[in-house]
Design a protein. Structure first.
Length: 110
């Protein structure tokens, strides 16, 4: 009975915030938001490349971790590191991640 009541209370508090392309466009119309977004372009491009490589290989974080000889939490931290200034992965780590996904690491400057 108590479990059911707690679940109901939890469900009542859950209120997802809808997000649409129009919401993004409206927010990006603000010059300050656009500048902040543009400043993160390289990080998001790198993160997108990692996630796309893992998805294309049909792998989970645990699968990649096993192939890299590490833990799933380490792979999660690696993928999350592109969204923070706390840690920058080494080239060796990025090479291992790429190899685990059946890819090769290539870095280019444009």
């Amino acid at each position: 009975m108590a479990k059911q009541r707690l679940k109901q209370e939890s469900d009542d508090r859950y209120a997802p915030v809808p997000h649409t392309a129009a919401d993004s466009a409206r927010k990006l119309a603000d010059p300050a938001v656009k500048a902040a977004y543009d400043a993160l372009e390289e990080e998001y491009t790198a993160l997108t490349a990692l996630l796309a490589a893992r998805k294309a290989a049909g792998l989970t974080q645990d699968d990649v971790a096993h192939r890299m000889g590490t833990t799933a939490s380490a792979v999660s931290r690696l993928e999350g590191s592109f969204r923070s200034d706390k840690h920058s992965p080494s080239f060796a780590t990025l090479r291992k991640y790429a190899a685990a996904c059946g890819k090769r690491l290539i870095i280019s400057m444009v």
